[in-house]
Design a protein around this ligand. Structure first.
Ligand code: BTN
Length: 263
């Protein structure tokens, strides 16, 4: 019998606290793709993803044991306001993790969640149709992505290694969905300044190299947070501080001391 991974049968669909409608799937290509046609306040999880999508068209290894979650949020009203959604969603995930006792996690602009130099979670916000956005969240829970891609060895963190008592995966999922509701409320109420303030403990002023769009020019400096409009603030090594809109930034890479040491 042929198995069609493109048309998985939902293992369950249920209402959740805070008004989310949850679709729990088994193996899918990408939960973001599955969430794309669904109405606002739908959420999709999957046990595994065969074509998990990362930012910059990268592959996101989505083995069993991770939390692979996509949430559909309404984005009605001015377009500008929702440009902060990736930051707001990253804040929501950070706050959910903090609520379980995790400490020391931080954001790498715009919304990677890091522990030291290792990545615990990634977010990919996509707009498949007007007036909604799909917020895709991948959290390494007790999976081993480096077993699938040895190139990831030493670069990933797992939640169960970081907490004495980790919440069950579905408890984590519900906390993230609740935090997303709150983050969405901040933006819907036009409270960008509050968002920027709440983000501030999660940033670190590390040396970074920013690759600019469209020409690939590179700027070195120190990350200095975001301005009230969510633009990246860069204290450049040679020259004046810069503020950069997300569409101007191709890539931000944190520099290790080896990268910055000059002969
Ligand atoms: C990144 O850091 O590059 C973003 C990774 C986002 C991964 C999540 S997992 C759930 C959702 N479905 C996807 O295909 N991608 C996101």
């Amino acid at each position: 019998m042929r198995t069609n991974v493109d048309a998985p049968v939902p293992t369950s669909t249920s209402p959740l606290a805070e008004g989310w409608s949850l679709h729990e799937l088994d193996s899918v290509d990408s939960t973001n793709r599955r969430a794309a046609p669904l109405p606002a306040w739908s959420a999709v999880t999957a046990r595994t993803q065969t074509a998990g999508r990362g930012r910059h068209d990268r592959r996101w290894v989505s083995d069993t044991g991770g939390l692979w979650l996509s949430a559909v949020l309404p984005t009605t009203g001015e377009f500008e306001r929702w440009s902060l959604l990736p930051l707001a969603a990253g804040l929501g995930v950070c706050q959910a993790l903090t609520s379980f006792g995790l400490a020391g996690h931080r954001l790498r602009w715009p919304n990677d969640i890091m522990i030291g130099p290792t990545k615990l979670a990634g977010l990919l916000v996509e707009r498949f149709r007007p007036a909604t956005a799909v917020v895709g969240i991948g959290i390494n829970y007790d999976n081993r992505p480096e077993a699938d891609d040895p190139g990831l060895t030493g670069t990933v963190a797992r939640l169960t290694d970081l907490l004495h008592v980790a919440p069950a995966r579905h408890v984590l999922r519900d906390a993230v969905l609740t935090a997303l509701r709150h983050a969405h409320r901040l933006l819907a109420a036009d409270r960008a300044a509050d968002l920027v303030e709440q983000l501030s403990p999660y940033w670190r002023r590390l040396p970074v190299r920013v690759t600019l769009r469209p020409d690939g020019a590179q700027l070195d400096g120190h990350f200095a947070g975001v301005d009230p409009a969510g633009r990246l603030l860069l204290k450049t090594d040679h020259g004046s501080p810069r503020s950069l809109a997300p569409h101007e930034v191709e890539l931000l890479r944190e520099l290790s001391s080896t990268d910055t040491d000059r002969p």
